[in-house]
Design a protein around this ligand. Structure first.
Ligand SMILES: NC(=O)c1ccc[n+]([C@@H]2O[C@H](COP(=O)([O-])OP(=O)(O)OC[C@H]3O[C@@H](n4cnc5c(N)ncnc54)[C@H](OP(=O)(O)O)[C@@H]3O)[C@@H](O)[C@H]2O)c1
Length: 297
């Protein structure tokens, strides 16, 4: 598994990471998560990303792999201690949320604490960023990051206070490739691609009932990439596009299945997509995407 340096954090990260939202939201058992993460760590995974509000994801991860804490870099988020719909950007609430994350993850410190989709308005107020800086000073986290998209992500880079940016990058979500990634590279920030295979939203014949998948499903229908018409190879092309995007250091694919991480790791042995294949995807996006096709949470 290829490793890249996560910007100025200096952390050496596997290009294929693990995204922890699916195990929480899909109610995956502790036994399955232990198998899933254990086998992935054995095969070269060293990035695990989760959040304070992905149901019991932090607990599942803590239970499964806290005994192997030195084998991976652990990223979590804060801002929605009660649930995703109920944000709280006050400093005290954020520090309390981080303390709870550490207990759930069964660790003294995470490698990265990220502000979870904090709005531009709250970023500009400064209190939330200061709370993360305090957490870092207190040794609760080694580095601090912003997780989100659009103008808020742009501000997070420009303000110069974050070590990393986690943002949506995929064949169905390309705004970041121009709006934020070049600047993040210039500033030496670590970049984590979230939703890197667009939730494989093309797999649904009809519009999915789950709102989280709907935008990507509709975009992919309009984009109508030829490679999505051939089932074999579609995920590989999508993943290799994201991992090959300039500035991306790690792509955190979510999964509920124990064999998935190795399966996806195998897709990456072919390396980045060719220049021509990448250009085709970019050209199609430029031709079809309209101004409403912004980075998705
Ligand atoms: N605001 C934020 O901070 C934010 C927002 C969204 C996401 N995230 C982070 O990004 C991570 C990834 O996002 P995501 O999980 O929404 O999207 P994703 O990684 O693009 O897609 C995950 C989906 O793809 C499927 N999948 C994975 N590999 C596959 C393969 N080889 N073939 C077919 N299906 C495959 C998984 O199903 P199976 O279970 O069948 O493998 C899962 O349903 C999250 O876990 C989270 O850590 C952060």
């Amino acid at each position: 598994m290829e490793r890249r340096t996560l910007g100025q954090t200096g952390l050496s990260v596997s290009v294929l990471g693990f995204g922890g939202s699916e195990i929480g939201y899909q109610g995956v058992s502790a036994r399955t998560v232990t198998r899933l993460l254990g086998s992935a760590l054995d095969a070269g995974l060293n990035v695990i990303d989760t959040a304070e509000c992905y149901e019991n994801s932090e607990e599942l991860i803590g239970k499964a792999v806290s005994s192997r804490r030195r084998d991976f870099h652990l990223f979590t988020k804060c801002g929605h201690g009660r649930s995703f719909g109920r944000a709280d950007w006050r400093g005290a609430a954020l520090l309390k949320s981080i303390e709870r994350s550490l207990r759930r993850l069964r660790t003294d410190a995470v490698d990265l604490i990220q502000l979870h989709s904090c709005s531009l308005e709250h970023l500009q107020k400064g209190e939330a960023i200061a709370a993360l800086e305090r957490a870092r000073e207190r040794g609760m986290a080694r580095f601090i990051g912003y997780s989100g998209d659009g103008e808020a992500a742009r501000y997070a880079i420009e303000c110069g206070r974050f070590d990393t940016l986690q943002t949506s990058v995929s064949i169905a979500d390309q705004e970041a490739l121009e709006l934020t990634l070049p600047l993040a590279v210039e500033r030496g920030m670590g970049v984590i691609a979230k939703r890197p295979i667009a939730n494989v939203a093309w797999r649904y014949q009809r519009k999915p009932a789950e709102p989280y998948y709907q935008d990507y499903w509709m975009r992919l229908r309009a984009l109508d990439y030829p490679f999505l018409r051939v089932e074999a190879g579609a995920v590989a092309t999508a993943l290799r596009f994201t991992v090959g995007a300039a500035g991306v250091h790690t792509a955190i694919v979510g999964t509920t299945k124990p064999d998935r991480w190795s399966e996806n790791a195998a897709l990456l042995t072919a390396g980045s997509l060719s220049r021509a294949a990448t250009d085709e995807i970019r050209t199609r996006w430029r031709a079809v995407a309209d101004r409403t096709w912004v980075g998705q949470i």
